[in-house]
Design a binder for this molecule. Structure first.
Ligand SMILES: [Zn+2]
Length: 356
């Protein structure tokens, strides 16, 4: 297959978005698109290019004091009868338009057309963001080539509809277990009902007042919820077991460990087991490249409430934010699309920020 990412395609981020969308790249099937991206980058004299698996890295080596990362995942969720792309008025429709080939197009367009940026830039095009973390290209690079990720700021071009979403909340899942003693319901006094014991757990959840925390102008709203409950043996048995699964979303001023301690305090006196957790990420907007980025965008940042790959950078001590042309509400939807105007705005903003 001839590479569709030709020089005349690369110079126009809108045309480039369509070309990227039309190379199907469902998670674990990113070889072809990674080949195309790698080939396009290798033809550019001012970049040094490396590849591991289907993750491609390109960087300038201009000796600048600071380095920034522009990153985007190459994979999409499964196609839903929405390829190849189509254009209706100002909208490009197709799988991956919003999440996130519109964003990938911006990074690739800048990589090729901006030989002399004001910071050194590392461009990362990575595989398998949409599936389990063990396949995630950023995760693999963190282990195998940690130097690729050294930077003063990372911008992930995930869909934010042209706003800046900084940091992200952490998450903890846990199970509160209640024990009782089985008995025939006809002789219930011989048993201890574990489901009744869950009443106090639910009352604590109902009475819980989640915090609202503002960091660097970004407001994070915490939440603690029961998400599943199970228990019961049979219609004539006093149950001896009950479990309440809870999920805490916590603001990034708490560490993961502090979030665990907080849950143990809330459910003091009960048996609690942490089943899964991931740290949040502070917005980190006080670093100089981040302040200049915000000035280029010209609007106030907002908090990211879900968990994103931003947290992987934060874990390495690199401030990171999301900024992309796609609409997050359209990600993974069959009518997924991206506005052509948002792509053009995004390219102009990144140029304002990175050009000298
Ligand atoms: Zn995405």
């Amino acid at each position: 297959m001839a590479n569709p990412l030709t020089p005349d395609v690369l110079v126009d981020p809108v045309v480039l978005t369509r070309a990227l969308v039309d190379v199907e790249s469902v998670s674990r099937d990113e070889k072809v698109i990674a080949d195309c991206v790698e080939d396009a980058l290798r033809k550019v004299g001012h970049l040094s290019v490396r590849r591991v698996g289907n993750t491609v890295m390109a960087r300038t080596k201009l000796g600048r004091d600071q380095r920034v990362i522009l990153a985007g995942h190459l994979d999409t969720v499964p196609v839903d009868d929405n390829l190849p792309s189509t254009v209706v008025d100002d909208l490009i429709y197709g799988c991956g338009t919003s999440d996130m080939k519109g964003g990938v197009a911006l990074a690739l367009h800048l990589a090729v057309t901006l030989p002399d940026p004001r910071y050194d830039v590392t461009y990362l095009f990575y595989e398998s963001e949409e599936i389990e973390s063990e396949h995630n290209g950023l995760n693999l690079v963190t282990g195998a080539h940690p130097k690729w990720l050294q930077a003063d700021l990372a911008v992930l071009l995930e869909p934010t509809y042209g706003t800046v979403e900084a940091g992200c909340q952490g998450t903890v899942s846990a199970q509160v277990s209640l024990r009782g003693r089985r008995a025939h319901t006809a002789r219930a006094w011989r048993g201890v009902n574990a489901i009744h014991a869950a009443g106090e757990v639910l009352r604590r959840l109902e009475a819980y007042h989640p915090r609202t925390v503002t960091i660097d102008g970004c407001t994070y709203r915490e939440g603690l919820n029961a998400v599943r409950i199970f228990g019961g043996v049979a219609g004539n048995v006093v149950p001896d077991e009950c479990g309440v699964e809870v999920n805490l979303r916590f603001a990034p001023d708490r560490s993961e460990k502090q979030a665990h301690e907080h849950l143990r305090e809330v459910f003091d006196g009960f048996q609690l087991e942490i089943t899964d957790s991931a740290p949040g990420a502070r917005p980190g907007l006080d670093a100089a490249p981040a302040r200049e980025f915000l000035a280029a965008v010209g609007i106030e940042p907002a908090a990211k409430l879900g968990w994103t790959d931003v947290a992987r950078f934060a874990a390495l001590g690199i401030p990171a934010l999301n900024y992309g042309p796609g609409d997050p509400a359209l990600a993974h939807a069959p009518d997924e699309h991206v506005e052509i105007g948002k792509i053009r705005d995004g390219a102009a903003t990144l140029y304002r920020w990175l050009a000298r």
